[in-house]
Structure formats: C-alpha cells, structure tokens
Design a protein around this ligand. Structure first.
Ligand code: SF4
Ligand code: MG
Length: 304
C-alpha cells in the first residue's frame, strides 16, 4: 500500500513526462556547417526532444549524434537558446554578470578587465548598450531579454546554436527583429543553426532545409524552396494553410483539424490518418516510409 502523497504523484507525472518527451523515432538528418535546418510541427511532435538530444541534455536510447570537428580542431561547441528568455535568466543578477558567467566558468578571459571588455562587445553584437549591462532582466522587454540570452549563448563562441522557439513568446514585429538579428549573426559569425518552431512562416527566411515532424517522426524534409513550392505531405499542406495571409490580416486562420493524439498511444499505420483529409483504408494499417522523391524531398505518405 502506497502513501499517495504529493511527492509520489509528482514523481509519476515526471515519469510520464519523460516517456512523452522521449517519443522520437527514426529521426535522421544532417545540418551542413554554416547552414540552418528547421524542425517544424505542432507541440508534442518531438521537436524539443530532438533539440535536447542534439545538445546532450538527454542521451539517445539508440542511434547517434555526430559532430564534425569545430574550426579549432576541438569538438564543435553547441549552445541552446530557449523560448522563454525570462525563465533562463537569473533575475537577481545584473545583465553583465549573466553574460560574463560562461566567460568566468570556462576561464575564457584571464582578467576582470578582459571579461568586462568581452561583455561590452557581446552587448554590442546583439544591439544593446554597455549601460544595459548594469540593469536586471526585469527592466527589459521580451525582445531585449532574448537579445541578452543570445549574448550569453555567444559568450563561449559556439559554432552551433540550437534555437527552440526563440521568438514564439514575442510580438510579431519584435519577432522579426530577433529573426533578423539571428540571420545577421549567422552570417557574421559563421554559425550553424538547428532552429525549432511551430510556425512555417517564421522559419521560411531562416532555413536552407525544413523538416516537418508529426508524432515523433519526420514526415517531410526538403530544401526550403522545394517545400514551399511543392509541399507533398498532407500535414505540411495543412500547416501551410494555417499561415495567415499578410494581404488580408483579418482573415481567420485555418486551424489543422483535430488534436495531436497522445504520443503514448499513437494511432496505427500512418499516425496522421485520423486527421488526414486524404486518408484511405491502407493508411490505417500500413506505416508509410520516408521516401526520397526526384526533387530531393523526403516524404512519408502512401499517396504523396
Ligand atoms: Fe494521409 Fe494516408 Fe498519406 Fe498518412 S499515408 S498522410 S493518412 S494519405
Ligand atoms: Mg517544444
């Protein structure tokens, strides 16, 4: 007999969440150096899990994640940028202390004067002032806080950034500013990005390639132009229809019908079949493989 106390319940939920988060299968892709691959899909599709696998927060239960050597011949260094910068910035630290932490931790600068110089340089790189270093995170807007977390991520001079919905919590205009900043930094610093978003319009101008995920699997993966010109998977087409038309901002957004089923008990066959407008009997029993089409797109659909 268990004493069903609160800690026991929270452990159960935690274990369930771990199973949920680990539901990613047969995901395979490579990101060329200096490129940007985006993972797109609704919440619960496994994008964040892939991000955490890539950055080593979770170990894969099978398969492997390989990095080419970095510029210096050392193992390539990766950093992660999160959706909610406020949650990842220590509220009691001044911004200069937050940005200096990796420099001090990794002993990247020998003297405090050199640390301060590098912090000033990082603030400038992300479009903030040196005086902003004396303020606390709560004194900034959401967009500025994301600039602070980008500066902190860049402090250790990573070559690879994993960005998990970095602009989802921001207003559309601020979102565009942060995306422009990230593109400029990619060019100037030669960064490689794995970019994660639920919104195809956000990743369109960032990405060389896009992989659309559904219930823990990649269902379509193509070069960005190919994906937008000729989307082949019914789920990709539905996601594209949910992008608001900029010419008629008041038009209602179409929403993908139905909810994402629980990854703990995925539907049989093609897991998209309960929501797919093109589903046929075969889809209920037979899982489609990811197949490469003549234009290079990989698609998992019997009728693509
Ligand atoms: Fe739809 Fe069938 Fe294609 Fe799955 S395999 S996406 S259910 S048509
Ligand atoms: Mg997520």
């Amino acid at each position: 007999v268990f004493d069903v106390s609160a800690p026991f319940l929270s452990r159960l939920l935690y274990r369930q969440e771990r199973r949920y988060l680990h539901a990613v299968n047969d995901v395979s892709f490579s990101v060329p150096s200096g490129g940007c691959l985006s993972l797109v899909g609704e919440s619960g599709c496994g994008k964040s899990t892939v991000a955490r696998l890539v950055t080593g927060i979770y170990p894969p239960s099978s398969g492997q994640i390989r990095f080419a050597p970095g510029r210096s011949g050392q193992p390539l260094s990766a950093q992660m940028i999160f959706q909610d910068p406020y949650a990842s910035l220590n509220p009691r630290w001044r911004v200069k202390t937050i940005i200096a932490e990796p420099l001090r931790e990794l002993k990247l600068r020998d003297t405090e004067a050199l640390v301060a110089e590098r912090v000033a340089e990082l603030l400038g790189i992300v479009g903030l002032n040196v005086a902003d270093g004396d303020k606390f995170p709560h004194e900034f807007s959401g967009g500025q806080r994301q600039r602070i977390s980008i500066a902190r991520a860049l402090a250790s001079e990573p070559e690879f950034l994993v960005c998990d919905e970095p602009t989802s919590a921001l207003d559309v205009s601020v979102q565009a500013q942060i995306l422009n900043l990230m593109r400029r930094l990619q060019d100037e610093l030669g960064l490689t990005y794995l970019f994660i978003s639920h919104d195809l319009s956000v990743v369109r101008h960032m990405s060389d390639q896009i992989a659309v995920m559904y219930l823990g699997r990649i269902v379509e993966h193509a070069e960005t132009e190919v994906l937008f010109a000729d989307p082949k998977h019914p789920y990709t087409r539905l996601l594209l229809e949910t992008i608001p038309d900029v010419n008629s901002p008041h038009r209602d957004r179409k929403i993908v019908a139905g909810e994402v089923p629980s990854p703990l008990s995925p539907p049989s066959g093609c897991t998209f079949h309960p929501r797919c407008p093109l589903a046929q009997d075969r889809c209920k029993t037979e899982r489609p493989n990811l197949e490469t089409k003549p234009d290079g797109a990989r698609v998992a659909c019997h009728f693509a």
